[in-house]
Ligand binder design. Sequence first.
Ligand code: SAH
Ligand code: SF4
Ligand code: F3S
Length: 517
Amino acid sequence: MNEQQRKETTKIKQSNPGDKKSLKEKTSEDFAKFFETTYVAPSLKDAKKRGKEEIKVHRDFEIPEDMIGVGKDKKFYIRTYGCQMNEHDTEVMAGIFMQLGFEPTTTTDDADVILLNTCAIRENAENKVFGEIGHLKPLKQKNPDVLLGVCGCMSQEESVVNRINQKHPFVDMIFGTHNIHRLPQIIREAMFSKERVVEVWSKEGDVIENLPKVRQGNIKAWVNIMYGCDKFCTYCIVPYTRGKERSRRPEDIIQEVRQLAAQGYQEITLLGQNVNAYGKDFEDMKYGLGELMDEIRKIDIPRIRFTTSHPRDFDDRLIEVLAKGGNLVDHIHLPVQSGSSEILKLMARKYSRESYLELVRKIKEAIPNVTLTTDIIVGFPNETDEQFEETLSLVREVGFESAYTFIYSPRDGTPAAKMQDNIPMRVKKERLQRLNQLVNEQAAETMKNYIGQEVTVLVEGESKNNSEVLAGYTEKSKLVNFKGPKSAIGKIVKVKINKAKTWSLDGEMIEEVAEVN
Ligand code: SAH
Ligand code: SF4
Ligand code: F3S
């Protein structure tokens, strides 16, 4: 913590006990004073700043002595919304809870601490969280000792913190994405002061190493390679909620992947909001995602993925390394957002339809069998029918095998939110439907080609709908269901495909694959 944060984090005492404002008129700071609690409010404006300050790597994380064992006989529950970054943050918070002596639970009913790890990417993501906070109110009324916390990307927005202050005063803790390593202190404060704790730093961010993790499974693992985003696409809240682009040192990443390999993990996914910008912040060396992948591929782990890549920073070195294949899977998720150069310009994506297609051409040339998937937004301000048609034609031209498709959702504080959201919802929905139909057709077409083929499947467990059937994914992320022995779970097996659906394949197991590389 620097001096400024230390100052901010000190308690703000109730300075005006006779304050006459009505509940509605109170600002979040009035609440802070009222609650006499730690109060560091978020500021999207501060979060936007990008200074020249060097990124600090902190390796001194430890549980404060007086907190060890504080979770004895207590349980924690974390509900996660949003992207893989949040999933992984939840694993870190679970690790911290376990070090404090808490046990995990899978229901809110018997939890002593409940955290909602939230996502701010679209309005409906936020609405889900507010709905859940409402559902938790009776539980909190029945058992006031339960601690309820809101963390993740929504906490970084002042509008969210103000709304919780005003409408959901039973929330005990609000902390931000830069404050995860402060979880022990935040819990201590909430537990012992019995007051609301708000601690959201709106900073550019550091890199915190040595955080504990309790991973969700023992087959696949996430590995952060970088944090934050500096792209500032005009519609997107992430650069404000996650701070600036900052990379972990390669030696820390490689050590983590080696450990995972030694523990028997079969697949790792390197994580970042924009992994192609990996290493750009290193001042002492020229080292990018290509170099990192070239080292990681030598580690004995069957599958290595990465997400998400921004087309802008996808360089030739990376393509050259990916073309080496082996454990680097031939599936690339390459969000395009729109097929219209004009819309891409309004989105500040900093590439055009043509340069995206040129990148795709280069990737296909180097990796002929590559599978490409994408993200697309429809109904961005001013998007005309013709511009939307350009998106459809690009989807056809690239031949995406699947896509995450979204209706544009204005996010407060972003440049696009100042543009008029002028596409009627009816049109947005029509466009989404047409796009989805095309994507589904292309997905189904790709799946048909698998009939009669053998694929390698990393078996993750029983199928969700039928415990008699096993389920897993191919290198190209196709879901495969098949009959096989439970002993195959956690292994890579060969499956012959005999039936294709739009989003999954059915088949029969042929054999276990002993050596993959
Ligand atoms: N860093 C990733 C994307 C992370 S957000 C990238 O740049 O590729 C995941 C997806 O959510 C984005 O690709 C985009 O398609 C969608 N998205 C982001 N902001 C949105 C908004 N305001 N409205 C609708 N969709 C949005
Ligand atoms: Fe958002 Fe763009 Fe950054 Fe992706 S690259 S997280 S869409 S600002
Ligand atoms: Fe959502 Fe934050 Fe991820 S806004 S998509 S949880 S980075």
